[in-house]
Design a binder for this molecule. Structure first.
Ligand code: ADP
Ligand code: MG
Length: 505
């Protein structure tokens, strides 16, 4: 089998205000699997899009076997056997078509044959899936497939067309552990059976080391290194190259007064497997962080603690007493508050007014028999609007008319009114501006100062470092590290968040 080489020479791509790629020289040959790694925004997707003909405005040269080629359309790339699978699989599939129709889409629709030969389509699709050892019924509608199966259908489509170069842009990001393993097996199988080159973009560095032959690191639109993967290759060296520095810096934080353990979680599993054997504890006056990438299971953990997702194993003890939580109202009665990530859907009732929202978690306090006590609700609202500095023309304003930051304060205020002892915040600063962020931090600090226990889940490691006392890092539903905030830093959190290895403080 002849080796084919595809490369870029001096390729640059600029977007308004951003240099996405600067003079990139990248080369790959059939028969190898190359990992392409780098922090968010490093330029990985942009480079892949150049090779896939989806970035026609690049400058510099793309070459195949030393010959300069012009790849300015996806069709031009496909003709050269360059196939790309983007992370947003749904946009590339037709949900109401069968697996076979989607696998054979290029043949049937793009090549515009008059009559459909269904028998042949099904047969060819089945052959491709068998060849790849993908176990999916060709007659299933794509809309009924899991995300991982959809990825595989797209890979099958790529392979059944002319394919010398398969570019996979973060195929594993939304997948579970088991799904990821299946995809990895498929990629390995491809390497053994097909003479193609695969570029594999993934943040799962630990796993990348296992399937790729070499890795290329990008940082700020440039390639900083390309190295073969050997048994000596470590996640740490790759992460350090991604970040461009070693794990030396630390950010000291002020000491706080911390009391007894309030909430103790032992080996908790649930949320349909998205929470997997998590143990943690939080003390009175303490703020613990739950760090991890998107999809690591942080929200699922928060909701399982709160009882909104089903726990299937392990225990939760509050002030030493084991909780039996079946539905969220039990958690509330026990003194657990959750400020959820999707506040517009779950945290506040956007069509209700400020006063009603602020008393929603403590209605029993504001009712006599089954009648709501208006004066009590209004007094409660006035107090929290003042205390939290909620900017609203009046307490009867409908919440959807407030800014994001003020909606978030309402969402927090409703729990303060309910006198809880454990406060769980899930991405509380998402979508709020810098000013509101500072106020929310201030608020959370106050909650801890009053002797409450606080759990703070966030993807923003800098925020975690500035507000917490200890950090649990999650990867794939598990806790991969417990770190003391004053002794750690963003790099170290990142190191464990990509599943590099396990550690405990
Ligand atoms: P990565 O895939 O490594 O996360 P990208 O290639 O997506 O990085 O992005 C590289 C840089 O280019 C980022 O700063 C990103 O914001 C910017 N960028 C990417 N695509 C566009 C676009 N279509 N318009 C403007 N800026 C873009
Ligand atoms: Mg990308």
């Amino acid at each position: 089998m002849d080796k084919i080489t595809l490369g870029t020479r001096n390729v640059s791509v600029a977007f308004p205000g951003v240099k996405a790629l600067s003079n990139v020289d990248f080369e790959i040959s059939t028969g190898e699997i190359r990992a392409l790694v780098g922090a968010n925004g490093a330029g990985k997707s942009t480079l892949m899009k150049v090779l896939a003909g989806a970035n026609p405005s690049y400058t510099g040269e793309v070459y195949e076997n030393g010959q300069v080629v012009d790849i300015r359309t996806p069709l031009a790339a496909k003709r050269m056997g360059i196939q790309i699978v983007y992370q947003e699989v749904d946009t590339a599939l037709i949900p109401t078509f069968t697996v076979a129709e989607n696998v054979m889409l290029n043949e049937t629709i793009l090549h515009g044959r008059g009559m459909m030969n269904w028998h042949k389509i099904n047969k060819q699709a089945r052959e491709v899936l068998d060849r790849l050892q993908i176990n999916v019924n060709v007659k299933t509608l794509v809309q009924n497939l899991s995300l991982a199966q959809k990825q595989m259908v797209l890979i099958a489509r790529a392979i059944q067309s002319k394919c010398n170069f398969l570019l996979l842009d973060e195929p594993t990001a939304p997948l579970s552990d088991t799904e990821t393993r299946e995809l990895f097996m498929l990629v390995r199988h491809l390497r053994e059976t097909e003479n193609i080159a695969i570029v594999f973009i993934s943040h799962r560095i630990g796993e990348v080391i296992q399937i790729c032959d070499s890795y290329t690191v990008m940082r700020n639109g440039e390639i900083v290194d390309t190295t073969a993967i050997t048994p000596e290759t470590t996640s740490r060296e790759i992460v350090e190259k991604m970040l461009g520095r070693s794990f030396s810096e630390s950010f000291p934080k002020e000491e706080t007064t911390i009391g007894d353990v309030v909430l103790e979680v032992d080996n908790l599993s649930g949320a349909d497997g998205k929470v997997d054997g998590v143990s943690l504890h939080v003390r009175s006056g303490e703020i613990i962080g739950i760090a991890g990438l998107v999809g690591a299971g942080k929200s699922e953990l928060c909701k399982t603690l709160f009882g909104a997702y089903k726990a299937t194993g392990g225990s939760i003890r509050l002030h030493g007493k084991e909780l039996r939580m079946k539905i969220p109202s039990h958690a509330v009665k026990n003194g657990l508050a959750l400020v959820p990530e999707e506040r517009r859907k779950e945290g506040v009732m956007v069509s209700e007014n400020v006063a009603f929202n602020l008393s929603a978690a403590s209605l029993r306090k504001h009712s006599v028999a089954s009648f709501l006590n208006r004066p009590s609700i209004n007094a409660n609202a006035k107090r929290f609007v003042d205390d939290l500095g909620i900017v609203t023309p009046s307490i009867t304003q409908v919440v959807k008319n407030l800014s994001g930051g003020n909606q978030q304060k309402v969402s927090v205020g409703k729990w303060l009114a309910a006198d809880c002892s454990v406060y769980i915040f899930d991405e509380p600063t998402k979508g709020v501006d810098v000013g509101a962020k500072r106020e929310i931090f201030h608020l959370i600090n106050d909650i801890a100062k009053q002797g409450n226990a606080v759990i703070y889940a966030s993807c923003e490691n800098a925020e975690i470092l500035s507000i917490t006392d200890r950090v649990y890092v999650m990867f794939d539903g598990r806790v991969t590290a417990e770190l003391v905030t004053k002794d750690t830093n963003e790099d170290e959190i990142m190191f464990y968040a990509v599943g590099s290895e396990h550690a405990s403080a």
